[in-house]
Structure formats: structure tokens, C-alpha cells
Design a protein around this ligand. Structure first.
Ligand code: ADP
Ligand code: MG
Length: 571
């Protein structure tokens, strides 16, 4: 029989698909299952709107049948099915015009590297992903309301055949004849029940129809009543139908009905953490973009957090189907430690969606989530300080880097989250807390940079300021000085290093006093300068000191610590 040809454009798309997406082959199963689920959705809708025999909802299901002997994987559904025309239309035309643009568009929109995007998931050329693992795909289908059945068969880009056949029930059966194993690729894994269980759990857990598979279990045979001491238990293998998916995602349930334990178990299982998260943010948003989100703040940085391997991102679902595993666009860099999922019906798996639309929605969601995350962090800072300090220990540096990066674009957002060590409180305080305590007449937010708090407490320059009753922030981490510089000021008060010349405003009297002392001690000052020579610029009577005898001061706008830092970077 003559093969019908795919439309030219389809052929190219198919070729592109099959040959360019090597890394995510396993997602074919998600696509085939999501089509089956869609087909069942359509059936329930039709049965409702067009009437006819009542539908037995409890029978609706998706079945997986691996057959090692035949080397086939079959996915069966009792959904709406396809007529001959629909088989031809839906599986013979891959996508409408402009679809070949998709890869380029995707990459151009916000400069996302092509390799980072899950193309199939984003655009759902779904069905054809079966050809990533199968040489031949056979689709047998009987449409709802018809007693004819048709078989569509194709071995890839060279076309397909369509023949009449028999099928007892309404629905669709897709048989994938797996490719021979190759060195780099083990296709027979898709015949193993544990692989299929794993893939369903990973990608299709929340499909709201049961996904069933016959699984072998080993059971101990009942012991005979007269079994003696030396009785050896006997086992038998039984095959049982098992539902592989849990069907209801946690995030779709109302917040009030989810127990903390359930949130925590989900987190630990999904993200492989042994420790409970510090906090969970469960969002159900309505309005321009509707979505549900469940975000977690981990209690510690994952082992690879500071390595190149770590990838930020949230899982993106569309109506229970995972579209993208780590959608980086949903999380700003400064909150890259957050884990979680976003589910929005607005992200259709359909290729006909406009690309721009797509990224606009992502942006809206990302902006909302950023606010939610900040809000939750502030809440912890206020109400659960211990937890906040745990957070700060794990991810404070990330927040500081966030303040400094992108030319300070995020400083407004992040400044409230900062904590620094306080000379007055002997613990970490926020800038808002510092400001609330500022003494009358205090013009600056004082800070001192150094290696550790103990050394800073002995800093001679700090004494005079502490004695005035002013609080000093001790900055002991490398990015701190940059953070303060990026902030510049907060609440109208600028930051001032305790060792800057103008750290304290001076009266005319004080000026005269310094002048007088300089005259009186000229011999000593000259001696120091002569002895140290080029190693110092000058020796002078300091107005920064109180009981201390001597201190070092930077020459120019940057502090000593900054000079030390730059010497380290560029010796
Ligand atoms: P999408 O799901 O994004 O529409 P696919 O390539 O995954 O694109 O599927 C193409 C079309 O084939 C579907 O829109 C649907 O009409 C049809 N189809 C695929 N699988 C099935 C199925 N199991 N039952 C009924 N129709 C199906
Ligand atoms: Mg699909």
C-alpha cells in the first residue's frame, strides 16, 4: 500500500525533534500519558454536553503494558478516541504554520540558550516524541459514538499508513516498538516496570486519572498449620494491577487541609533533603494569571549550592503535567535557594500558544513569587528569629551578593533582609532595628569592617563612637563593604565607616585642640614619619582616637579593609 506523505514542514519538524533532543528522551512517556489524559477529559466533557449513555467515571483510566518479548510498550486509554479523519488530521500534520520558528523564538526571547529549554514540554509536539524511543508507532483508535476502528502506523519521517481494523472498546491504544539498544542509549529500560513506575512518579504523578500497570510481587505462601522449626518459607510471584500515580497534587489542595508533615514529607522526598524546610509558602493566585505555587525555604544549602552544577528553578506544571523541571525564569538569582513547584493552566502544552504571551505570564508569576518569598522571609525575621538566623547562616551571602549585583537593581527589595552584628546588642540585627534605636542627633549608620567581631571590638577608632552611645555594625564578611557601598544610605541616613575622618562632626573647639596638639607633638610625629619612611603617607594627631594610642587610617575614599581586599584580589 502506498504510504501517505507527511506535509513537508512536518517532516522537517519531525526530523528536528527526533534528532536534536537527546537529553530528555524519557519525557515521551509524559507526553503520551498527557494525551491519554486529555482524551479522557474530552470524553467526560462530550458525555456531559452531548448526553447519551451515562459514563462510568470509575472505569476511566490509563494503562501501561510493557512486553519484553515483543519489545513493545503499549499505552492504552478509554478516552474519546479518534476517527479516521482525526487520526489523519492530528497525527498526519504536526503543527500549524510558523511552528518551525519555535526553536529560534524560544532562544531569542530573553536570550535563553536553546539547550536550556525543554522544547517538547514547552510546545507539545507531544505525540511525535514517541519516535525518540520507538522505530514504529502504531495507534489503534475507536472514536466515541462510532463502531469503526482505524489503525495508524508510522516508522518516522517517511510517512504513515492508515487501515481499517477491529477494536472492542472506545479509546486509543498506542504501541511503541522500541529501538534496538545502542551504546549510549538503553531503550529496553522502558520495558522495566521500575523504570515506568519511576517515570510516572516523576512526570505524571498528578494526572487525575489512575495510571495502571501490572506489577509482579513476591508473596510468602501461607504456612502450613503443621510447619515445624525447620520450615522454610515458600514464595510465589503474583501479578497485580497497581495505580502508579497519586492523582492529587498537594498544591491543588486547600492550604488549611494540608498538614505541616505532608508539606515536609513532600519536600524531603522530592528534593532529597533529610532536614525539614524552614518554611513553606503555598500560594493560590487568581486574577490575570491563575496559578498555584508551593515554595520551600531550605534549612541549609544543598551540598552543590556553591558549585557550577547547581541549577536554580521551580518545577512548572500545567494542569498536573510537568512541563519543565527547573524553570529558571521563575526565580530571581538572589532567591536561587528556593525550591518548589508552580502549576498554571495558563501554560498550555499546545504549540499554537504565542511565545510572547508565554513569557509574559512567566514574568507575572515570577514577580509575584519574588514578593511572596520576601514577605515570608520578613515574617520569619520578625516572628521566628531563630529560623531566620538559620536561613541567614545558610543563604545570607546570597542575599548580600543580590544587593550588590546588577548595579544595585535589587537593593530596595533586599535591604530589609540584611543582618549585621551589632556592637550594642551583641547579636545580629536588621537595618530597620538599627535605625529604630538610633540616638538623637546621630547622623550616620556606623560600621566597621574587619576579620571578626572580637578584633573589631578592640578597634581603637570605634571607641569614641561607641562612647557617644552610637551603635556600630561590625561587618566581617568579604562582600559586606560592597553591600554598604551599594546601599549608600537607608532611610535618609548614610553609612559611615568608623575610621573615616568625618565619622563624627567636630566643633571649632575640637579643631583648635587638634591643631594645638599637633604643634606640641611635632617632634614625635616627625620621628614616626622618619622611622617608617615610605611605608606611611604621614603621621598626624588623630581625632578618631580616645584611649587608644595609635591607629591606621586609609588615605582616600576607600577603607582599610577595602584596600586589603583589593590587595588580595590584585596583589
Ligand atoms: P497536543 O497534545 O499538544 O495537541 P500532540 O502531538 O501531543 O499535541 O497530540 C496531537 C493530537 O493528537 C492531540 O491534540 C489529539 O487530538 C490527538 N491525540 C493524541 N493522542 C491521543 C489519544 N490518546 N486519544 C485521542 N486523541 C489523541
Ligand atoms: Mg500532547
Amino acid at each position: 500500500m502506498a504510504k501517505k506523505q507527511f506535509k513537508a514542514e512536518s517532516k522537517r519538524l519531525l526530523d528536528l525533534m527526533i534528532n536534536s533532543i537527546y537529553t530528555h528522551k524519557e519525557i515521551f512517556l509524559r507526553e503520551i500519558i498527557s494525551n491519554a489524559s486529555d482524551a479522557i477529559d474530552k470524553l467526560t466533557y462530550k458525555a456531559l454536553s452531548e448526553g447519551g449513555a451515562a459514563l462510568d467515571r470509575s472505569a476511566l483510566q490509563i494503562t501501561l503494558i510493557p512486553d519484553e518479548a515483543a519489545r513493545t510498550l503499549t499505552v492504552r486509554d478509554n478516552g474519546v478516541g479518534m476517527t479516521k479523519e482525526e487520526l489523519e488530521q492530528n497525527l498526519g500534520t504536526i503543527a500549524k504554520s510558523g511552528s518551525l520558528q519555535f526553536k529560534k523564538d524560544m532562544a531569542q526571547a530573553e536570550g535563553i540558550p536553546e539547550s536550556d529549554t525543554d522544547i517538547i514540554g514547552q510546545f507539545g509536539v507531544g505525540f511525535y516524541s514517541a519516535f525518540m524511543v520507538a522505530d514504529t508507532v502504531t495507534v489503534t483508535s475507536r472514536a466515541w459514538g462510532s463502531d469503526e476502528a482505524w489503525r495508524w502506523e508510522s516508522s518516522g519521517a517517511d510517512g504513515y499508513t492508515l487501515t481499517s481494523c477491529e477494536k472492542a472498546d472506545v479509546g486509543t491504544e498506542i504501541v511503541m516498538k522500541l529501538k534496538p539498544d545502542a551504546d549510549e542509549e538503553d531503550y529496553s529500560q522502558y520495558l522495566k516496570t521500575y523504570t515506568l513506575e519511576r517515570l510516572v512518579k516523576k512526570y505524571s504523578d498528578y494526572i487525575h486519572y489512575p495510571i495502571k500497570m501490572e506489577v509482579e510481587h513476591s508473596h510468602e505462601k501461607p504456612r502450613p498449620a503443621d510447619a515445624g522449626e525447620d520450615y522454610k518459607p515458600e514464595y510465589e510471584t503474583v501479578r497485580e494491577w497497581e495505580t502508579l500515580n497519586s492523582m492529587v497534587p498537594l498544591w491543588q489542595r486547600p492550604k488549611s487541609e494540608v498538614k505541616t508533615e505532608e508539606y515536609n514529607d513532600f519536600y524531603k522526598e522530592k528534593y532529597g533533603d533529610w532536614e525539614d524546610p524552614l518554611s513553606v509558602i503555598h500560594v493560590s493566585a487568581e486574577g490575570t494569571v491563575e496559578y498555584k505555587a508551593m515554595l520551600y525555604l531550605p534549612a541549609h544549602a544543598p551540598f552543590d549550592f556553591h558549585s557550577r552544577e547547581y541549577q536554580k528553578g521551580l518545577q512548572l506544571y500545567s494542569s498536573g503535567v510537568l512541563i519543565m523541571d527547573k524553570c529558571a525564569d521563575l526565580l530571581p538569582e538572589h532567591f536561587r535557594f528556593v525550591k518548589g513547584v508552580v502549576d498554571s493552566q495558563d501554560f498550555s502544552l499546545n504549540i499554537s500558544r504565542e511565545m510572547l504571551q508565554h513569557t509574559r505570564q512567566l514574568k507575572v508569576i515570577a514577580a509575584n513569587l519574588e514578593k511572596k518569598i520576601k514577605g515570608e522571609l520578613l515574617r520569619l525575621q520578625k516572628d521566628e528569629r531563630e529560623k531566620y538566623e538559620t536561613f541567614w547562616k545558610a543563604f545570607g551571602t546570597q542575599i548580600k551578593v543580590g544587593v550588590v549585583s546588577d548595579y544595585g537593581a535589587h537593593k530596595e527589595l533586599l535591604q530589609d533582609l540584611l543582618l549585621f552584628w551589632s556592637s550594642k546588642e551583641g547579636k545580629l540585627v536588621s537595618l530597620a532595628e538599627y535605625q529604630a534605636r538610633m540616638a538623637e542627633g546621630q547622623e550616620f549608620i556606623y560600621y566597621a569592617c574587619g576579620e571578626d567581631v572580637r578584633k573589631l571590638e578592640k578597634l581603637p577608632q570605634a571607641e569614641r563612637i561607641r562612647d557617644k552611645g552610637y551603635e556600630i555594625l561590625y561587618l566581617t564578611e568579604e562582600p559586606d563593604q560592597f553591600v554598604v557601598d551599594a546601599l549608600g544610605a537607608m532611610g535618609g541616613k548614610s553609612f559611615k565607616s568608623v575610621d573615616s575622618d568625618d565619622a563624627l562632626p567636630e566643633s571649632d573647639e575640637e579643631k583648635a585642640e587638634i591643631e594645638k596638639k599637633s604643634q606640641e607633638n611635632k617632634d614625635v610625629l616627625d620621628f614616626v614619619k622618619q622611622t617608617l619612611g615610605d611605608r606611611i603617607k604621614e603621621a598626624r594627631v588623630s581625632k578618631l582616637l580616645k584611649s587608644g594610642a595609635v591607629c591606621m587610617t586609609a588615605d582616600g575614599p576607600i577603607t582599610l579593609e577595602m584596600e586589603k581586599y583589593f590587595q588580595k584580589v590584585d596583589p
